[in-house]
Design a protein around this ligand. Structure first.
Ligand code: ARG
Length: 275
């Protein structure tokens, strides 16, 4: 190699080395998550700033129930994890009768989001906006242990308890009333099951995961007579004029799913992974 050739080779090596070092030097900051591009929580329109106020019928274990004056359950933990992803430090659950959740959310000023095992339904979606689905559910029919019944055929002249304003009530109206049953509406699911135990109604139609939790205690003397595959999906709900909050909830939910925290919360309340 000539003198110039050697010099040229050294220059080429030098340029290459700088290029490689330069790329390596830049790669570190580029690899860290782009946290700064996230929307700060202060941008959210909330009833009480810095806090997510949640409307819920808190008599629906294991999704939501009151332990003294503290709300607990799957929805409570999931909403808490989502709020953390949103950068909102505090979550406060406010108890409301299920039937009044949608009109109260629409009226505004009382809570920001509904987390209440609420099934995503077209007629409800005309009133409020639903998040992406977060739980798959079905209906069930529960009676006192000991009998064998066909549903709906054997429900003629039976008194069937339902929770007012729920999908269980709609299903029973469409399927059990034509078979001769009489529906008895209750303000919450817990009261319907209490009436069943007391013999004031003959059966209860209710969301399957909640019924499964109720019948777990053999002392109650209740059994699931039928599983009713309605293929429902639960969603959180926000007011139609708060699309920023809807996006924040959806983004938070996908992060909680991706991090594995959704599965941890699911296992905590249902003892298994989602199917
Ligand atoms: N999934 C049913 C519905 O949306 C029942 C929900 C009842 N939830 C409650 N927290 N009581 O109609």
């Amino acid at each position: 190699m000539s003198k110039y050739g050697k010099l040229l080779a050294l220059i080429v090596i030098g340029v290459l080395a700088i290029a490689v070092l330069g790329v390596a030097g830049c790669s570190t900051p580029a690899a860290t998550p782009a946290k700064t591009t996230e929307k700060p929580a202060v941008d959210l329109k909330l009833v009480t700033s810095g806090q997510l106020t949640v409307g819920s019928d808190t008599a629906f274990p294991p999704f939501e129930s009151m332990n003294g004056n503290v709300a607990e359950g799957f929805d409570v933990d999931l909403m808490g994890a989502i709020a953390k992803e949103m950068g909102v430090a505090k979550v406060v659950f406010k108890t409301e009768i299920f039937d009044t959740l949608i009109p109260t959310l629409k009226a505004g000023g009382k809570f920001d989001v509904i987390a209440s095992g609420m099934t995503i339904k077209a007629d409800r979606a005309k009133e409020i906006d639903f998040s992406t689905p977060y739980f798959d559910s079905n209906q069930s029919l529960v009676m006192k242990t000991g009998g064998v019944y066909k549903v709906p055929a054997d429900m003629a002249s039976k008194k069937v308890g339902v929770q007012s304003g729920t999908t269980g009530e709609s299903w029973a109206t469409e399927n059990l009333v034509p078979a001769g049953a009489t529906l008895v509406p209750f303000k919450d699911a817990v009261s319907a099951f209490t009436a069943l135990q007391a013999g004031n109604v003959d059966a209860v139609v209710n969301d399957l995961p909640v019924s499964a939790d109720v019948i777990k205690d053999p002392a109650k003397g209740l059994s699931m007579i039928a599983q009713i595959p309605t293929g429902e999906q639960y969603g959180f709900a926000v007011s139609k004029d708060n699309s920023a909050l809807l996006k924040a909830v959806n983004d938070g939910l996908s992060k909680v799913r991706a991090s594995g925290e959704y599965d941890t919360i699911f296992k905590k309340w249902f003892g298994d992974l989602p199917k």
